[in-house]
Design a binder for this molecule. Sequence first.
Ligand code: SDX
Length: 392
Amino acid sequence: SHGYFTYDPGFLATGSCESSITFIDGGKGVLQHRGYPIDSLAKQADYLEVCYILLNGDAPTQSEYEQFKSIITTHTMVHEKLVHFFHGFLPDAHPMAMLCGVVGAMSSFYHSDLDITDAAQRKRSAHRLIAKMPTIAAMAYKYSVGQPFVYPRNELSYAENFLHMMFSVPAEEYVVSPIVANAMDRIFTLHADHEQNASTSTVRLAGSSGANPYACIAAGVASLWGPAHGGANEACLTMLEEIGSLEHVDEFVAKAKDKNDPFRLMGFGHRVYKNFDPRATVMRETCHEVLNELGISDPLLDVAMALEKVALEDPYFIEKKLYPNVDFYSGIILKAIGIPTSMFTVIFAMSRTVGWIAHWDEMLSQPGQKIGRPRQKYTGEINREFVPLNKR
Ligand code: SDX
């Protein structure tokens, strides 16, 4: 209907879908949520306003926004028994392992709204997940560093509360700077949704069987964990640290070009964008703002800028359409804020929860929804005679 393409009814049978949440034109580097361009949202709205838009379809009035913010704020605490789940993990457990396990367990705590055929109950589950993910994420970090859990505070904004729960300790309150809070909120927004990516498709497929929202989000967390997807921001920082300094950049660029070398530049390329990822454009501006405001000169940023220059000028990268993606700059900002690389994908998962649950809710609100059943092309043997073991 956009004039971009017409739907082939057959493709709907293969697990693909119709959605009105996010529109991407990979060739033109266009990303819009409910028709609103991503750079307008990132620069003129906060993350909770973007959550409202993704869940409800339109920008909220002031009173609708205040009401939504109040609902989220007053659901940020988790059941005190949920705390015990963390103590079952080994101290060196990856925070994504904790997130995956604890989110899946939420259905045994929040079971008053699990009738997925009831739109109001689906919305309440969505609000609970958006509210509690930062608390659970921060708890995973606190457990991994051996510090006591910090409870949320209602007077703080969504981003300020997350940073408070991450970095405050009983002996000292963490003072959130407006620059850092704004950068954090923008990272949440730029990771909020991205159409039918691997983890969102995972959530939809799980939801199509009637699984409860917490189980579906846990499935999305698991899918996002991979280095080709949400794990790329952690992998990107690890790669920058491995490159180490400017004189090694060419060596790694050559590896990326070598067809016999499985090495890929983390933070580059995209399944859909064959032009610059519009989120990366905003993230790059934010990255420079944060580093300039905080007075941080990070040698890894010098390496990152050298890699970006190669991607924008080297004929190989131009021909392969390999541009820096959203994960490339977010990792540098998170490092500048003092967040460990092991938490990068957790933050991506936290941010993407609203996108996952918006797609889950949209799918379940569509009439005649059937269980997802992607098709296959069978390439194995057929009609073979079976010889019993004692005769083989
Ligand atoms: C995210 O789907 C989404 O929307 C995901 C996401 C979201 O918001 O949900 O946008 C988030 O996952 C971003 C992507 C983060 N992943 C990484 O940064 C990991 C590094 N990137 C690659 O693994 C890769 O680019 C993918 C997985 C992202 C895309 O892989 P594709 O689809 O195989 O890439 P392609 O088909 O466009 O590749 C074209 C060519 C191939 O070479 P040929 O086989 O044609 O010779 O480019 C090569 C690829 O080998 N290539 C790379 C490369 N990415 C692709 N070569 C070196 N370095 C890379 N990063």
